[in-house]
Design a binder for this molecule. Structure first.
Ligand code: ATP
Ligand code: MG
Length: 460
């Protein structure tokens, strides 16, 4: 059957007419209801998730979030008191974009990438779409490069790799933020010449502004702000801004990823994000359920002075082990084993009156290893130091030191090895692996260091 060209033209004309009419009516909706920073809008059936909309009466913008059959939930970006029932809402067809790139480093921005730090405008030429839905389980490359935390207990027993999603979980005031901030501070090493730089994004959700300011100050004091972006939606910001903050952080991180670089994004914390979710009556993909492990922090440990208060028995890292530095893998196996034995014997030792020799030794060793794994704030360890320290602990070197001398001996040992055995130190830090030769050298160095320390301290 033949169709004449005129027929086609006329059909097209008819269709185009329909389309024009559609633009007029169907791309403009009406506010049904306003509250909690959200406008419920009727009459925008073509609206996409994350699309920018406009309230022409006020010039305020909004973000379409939950799309239901007959209405759209619009997050109001701006003063919601200016929006009233019956107002017009127009689709823009545009997805919200935020500035990204290196211009954001050292800056404090809100969930839309707007500066909050009085440091002038963000001179960024690049933008990234702000995707406001949590990604599902995405295709990822296997984890093969470590992301060093600088925290001994983590890098040895719960190693995290680049590309991994690790949850830090714990009661109030157990050191969650501190661990994450230390993670960021330790990335400073990656920005040294020859390093593989990790850019950091710290997303503060629903926190008091004073707490965020403290984190920013800590980062600045430790020279970590230069490679870090801070995204803030504080407790006094709207639910909408709090809801969007993690997505903004992700978009800023994706910029680096898409350039083949590395980024560490800290979301502090997602319980606040979940609260904002609920306030938007939104049904989330559970972000928390898609992780590759958890670091558990416990109040009991924290109050017993074991800080960072990581419960190493129940903390896990599912993929990071693949990327763990070889030398660390070599010493950490024994550490994990001895810590596990210690937990077992410590549990019943409280009730037993006389313990056999081997149990006593396990207790003694475990106590010293626990002591060794304590670590102050903002003092991340390099891998070489961590390996030296853990090797000393697991080889029994600390067993006859008083507990309160363990920390002191550790620093003594670092200085001693660097001074007296510089080649061994160099070899370890360049190869990051131990062979029997190097192991012998380190053992010898350890023995001498202990003797010198005991003499210095008058320990017999
Ligand atoms: P919140 O639940 O309020 O967010 P949090 O779990 O993030 O708390 P932090 O704010 O990191 O905990 O730490 C709580 C307190 O413990 C802070 O005063 C911090 O300085 C201190 N602290 C955390 N880790 C250590 C550590 N390794 N050594 C000494 N003090 C620490
Ligand atoms: Mg915190």
């Amino acid at each position: 059957m033949a169709i004449r060209p005129e027929e086609i033209t006329s059909i097209l004309e008819q269709e185009l007419n329909k389309f024009d009419r559609k633009t007029d009516t169907e791309h403009v909706g009406t506010v049904l209801q306003v509250g909690d920073g959200i406008a419920r809008v009727y009459g925008l059936p073509d609206c996409q998730m994350g699309e920018l909309v406009e309230f022409p009466d006020t010039g305020i913008q909004g973000l379409a979030l939950n799309l239901e059959e007959s209405s759209v939930g619009v997050v109001i970006i701006g003063d919601e008191t200016k929006i009233k029932e019956g107002d017009t809402v127009r689709e823009t067809g545009r997805i919200i974009q935020i500035p990204v790139g290196k211009a954001l480093l050292g800056r404090v921005v809100n969930s839309l990438g707007q500066p909050l730090d009085n440091q002038g405008p963000i001179n960024s030429t690049e933008t990234q779409r702000l995707e406001v839905t949590a990604p599902g389980v995405v295709e990822r490359q296997p984890v093969r490069e470590p992301l060093q935390s600088g925290v001994k207990a983590i890098d040895s027993m719960i190693p995290v790799g680049r590309g991994q999603r690790e949850l830090v979980i714990g009661d109030r005031q157990t050191g969650k933020t501190s661990v994450c901030v230390d993670f960021i501070i330790n990335q400073k090493r990656t920005h040294e010449p020859g390093g593989s730089p990790v850019f950091c994004i710290y997303v503060a959700i629903g926190q008091k502004m004073a707490n965020v300011a403290r984190v920013v100050e800590t980062l600045r004091e430790n020279g970590a702000l230069d490679y870090t972006v801070i995204v803030v939606a504080s407790a006094s910001d709207s639910n909408a801004m709090q809801y969007m903050a993690p997505f903004a952080g992700a978009a800023i991180g994706e910029y680096f990823r898409d350039k083949g670089q590395h980024a560490l994004v800290v979301y502090d914390d997602l319980t606040k994000h979940a609260t904002a979710y609920r306030a938007l009556a939104y049904i989330p993909t559970n972000v928390i359920s898609i992780t590759d492990g958890q670091i558990y922090l416990e109040p009991d440990l924290f109050f017993a002075g074991i800080r960072p208060a990581i419960n190493v028995g129940i903390s896990v890292s599912r993929v990071g082990g693949n990327a763990q530095v070889k030398a660390m893998k070599q010493v950490a196996g024994k550490l994990k084993l001895e810590m596990a034995q210690y937990r077992d014997v410590a549990a019943f030792a409280q009730f037993a009156s006389d313990l056999d020799r081997s149990t006593q030794l396990q207790l003694l060793r475990g106590q010293r290893l626990t002591e060794l794994l304590k670590q102050g704030l903002t003092s991340p360890y390099g891998v070489t130091e961590q390996v030296i320290s853990i090797f000393a602990g697991t080889s029994g070197l600390l067993d006859d030191l008083p507990l309160d001398k363990v920390g002191e001996f550790e620093s003594f040992l670092f200085t001693f090895i660097k001074k007296e055995y510089p080649e061994a130190y160099e070899e370890l830090s360049s190869k990051l692996a131990m062979d029997s030769d190097l192991e012998e050298k380190l053992k010898k160095a350890n023995g001498e260091a202990l003797a010198a320390f005991k003499t210095q301290e008058g320990i017999k």
